[in-house]
Design a protein around this ligand. Sequence first.
Ligand SMILES: [Zn+2]
Length: 245
Amino acid sequence: MAITGAAELLATWEAGLAEAPTGRALLLHRTARPDVDTATLPVLPVGEREADLFALRRALFGERMQVRLACSACGEDMEFDLDAGEFARSLAGQGTPGDSVVRVRQDGWDVEFRLPGVADLTAAARAADPRTALLARCLVSAVRDGTPVGAGDLPVPVQRRIAEAVEAADPGADVTLTIACPECGDATRAELDIASYLWTELDAWARDLLLDVHLLATSYGWSEPEILALSPLRRRYYLELCADV
Ligand SMILES: [Zn+2]
């Protein structure tokens, strides 16, 4: 993955400030996948997006991710490291790229179902019955004994089989951590939302960078584009020189 320049990344952060979490996630995904057009990104399977975001995290801020979590049993504050590269590889490896439709055949039913993307989950969450709405959005075709059937007529066992098939085909859609507490030994399960994790990091990075620009502009009279064009190493070096004066 090509690492985006500082100026471009700063523009992404600025655009994201006005956005809700879903909009920020989309901006990050666009940074991770410049090869895919913006309209297609929200319909990519959710697990594929998660893998893309882990790969972006690795390219921008490195492999090691620090995560903090409170034990669900005793409340102990737990801190541990995760490997972003490992997540990117394992999530990307499990899916079936390019093949985002699963097929379920059971008891005379023949159902084709598209792996949900972020756009599907967002739209379904707004509906009165999210489960049914998601079924209706992603159902490609449903046939019973040769007769086409609508999403509303799928029996529960078939719905369950679809959910299992989707989970098997797109396991990265739900990144769940299970962490054993060093104090009480209980296991805490928590979802890792890589989009919001990465946004928090980008936000801190951008604010630090703006401070650097301010300090260097004040000391040397350089413009913002000039300062952003410096490599991080040179920026750091000039800042150290400023501090020494
Ligand atoms: Zn505990």
